[in-house]
Design a protein around this ligand. Structure first.
Ligand SMILES: NC(=O)c1ccc[n+]([C@@H]2O[C@H](COP(=O)([O-])OP(=O)(O)OC[C@H]3O[C@@H](n4cnc5c(N)ncnc54)[C@H](OP(=O)(O)O)[C@@H]3O)[C@@H](O)[C@H]2O)c1
Length: 252
C-alpha cells in the first residue's frame, strides 16, 4: 500500500495523535488529507501548513449526516484513519449514570464502525486501500479506572478483526493500532513518560506500508501484551490497584 499520492481521511485530526497522522501523511507524500474535526476551525493551522492538501471538514463521528457528507466528498479516499476518541475518566460502578459509558461506545466503537461502513465501497473502488483503527492497551486488558473507555476499545478491537475478515475480499488492509500512553490532552492526567504523538503516527504509516494487521506502537503496548501472555491474573490485579492509587503513572 502506497501513501505517496494517496487521499486520506483522519478523524479527530485537529489535535493529538490525529494531528500527528495528518502531518505524517503529508510528509509521506499523500496528495490530499481530509482533516475530520468537530470544529473545522480547530484544524485551520493544518490547512495553513499545507494549503490545498490538508482540507478540514466538519466530522463528528457520532453524526450520520457528517459521515455521509464526508463520504460524498471523499470519493478518492484510499486511507481511512479512525483516530477520534473519547475518554471520560469514569468508573463503571460509581459514575452517576450511563451517559459517559454510552458516549465512549458511540465515539470509540460505533463511530469507527460507521466510518468503515461508509468508506468500504469507496476503498474498494480505489483498489482496496487501508483502514487504521487507533485502539489502546486498554482494549487489550480491562482497566477499571477507564470504566467506559476500556470496554469501548475492546469492542473496537473485536470489530477491527471482523471488518478485516469482511473486507479481505476487496483487498482492504485493516489495522488495529494498539497504543499505550501518549503525550496528548487525553493523557494529561497520566504522570511519567509518554510517547510523542508523531511516533505513533509513524508506526501507523509503517503498518499501512507493510500490511500489518495489529501493531503495538510503543513500549507500554508491548509490555501490556507481554504481561497478558505471561500472567493475566497478575496484570488484572495490578490494574485493579490503580483504583486506589494516588496518581496514574506510566511507571517510567
Ligand atoms: N493519549 C493516549 O495516551 C492514548 C492511548 C491509547 C489510545 N489513544 C487513542 O488515540 C486516539 C487519539 O487520542 P489523543 O490521545 O490524540 O487524544 P486527544 O488529544 O484528546 O484527541 C482526541 C481527538 O478526538 C476528537 N473527538 C472526540 N470526540 C469526537 C467525536 N464525537 N467526533 C469526532 N472527533 C472527536 C477530538 O476532537 P475535539 O478537539 O473536538 O475534542 C480530538 O481531535 C483516540 O482514539 C484514543 O483513544 C490515546
Amino acid at each position: 500500500m502506497h501513501i505517496e499520492g494517496a487521499t486520506a481521511l483522519v478523524t479527530g485530526g485537529n489535535r493529538g495523535i490525529g494531528e500527528a497522522f495528518v502531518r505524517a501523511l503529508l510528509e509521506a507524500g499523500a496528495a490530499t488529507v481530509f482533516v475530520g474535526a468537530r470544529d473545522p476551525a480547530q484544524a485551520a493551522h493544518l490547512a495553513d501548513e499545507a494549503p490545498g492538501r490538508a482540507i478540514p471538514i466538519k466530522l463528528d463521528v457520532t453524526v450520520p449526516d457528517h459521515i455521509a457528507a464526508a463520504a460524498a466528498l471523499g470519493g478518492d479516499v484510499s486511507i481511512l484513519i479512525n483516530n477520534a476518541g473519547a475518554f471520560h475518566h469514569t468508573t463503571l460502578m460509581t459514575a452517576p449514570d450511563l451517559n459517559a459509558a454510552r458516549d465512549e461506545m458511540e465515539v470509540n466503537y460505533f463511530g469507527p464502525l460507521a466510518l468503515a461502513r461508509a468508506f468500504a465501497p469507496i476503498l474498494a473502488r480505489n483498489g482496496g486501500g487501508a483502514i487504521v483503527n487507533v485502539l489502546s492497551s486498554g482494549g487489550m486488558v480491562a482497566v477499571p479506572t477507564m470504566g467506559g473507555y476500556s470496554p469501548s476499545k475492546f469492542a473496537g478491537r473485536a470489530a477491527t478483526t471482523c471488518i478485516r475478515a469482511e473486507l479481505a475480499g476487496q483487498k482492504t488492509q485493516v489495522t488495529a493500532l494498539i497504543v499505550g500512553s501518549v503525550d496528548t490532552r487525553m493523557a494529561a492526567h497520566v504522570a511519567g513518560y509518554k510517547e510523542p504523538p508523531s511516533d505513533i503516527a509513524k508506526a501507523g504509516l509503517n503498518a499501512i506500508r507493510r500490511g500489518i494487521d495489529e501493531l503495538d506502537t510503543d513500549r507500554m503496548a508491548i509490555e501490556v501484551r507481554a504481561s497478558l501472555a505471561r500472567d493475566p491474573k497478575a496484570l488484572e490485579r495490578s490494574m485493579a490497584k490503580m483504583l486506589t492509587a494516588a496518581a496514574i503513572t506510566t511507571g517510567r
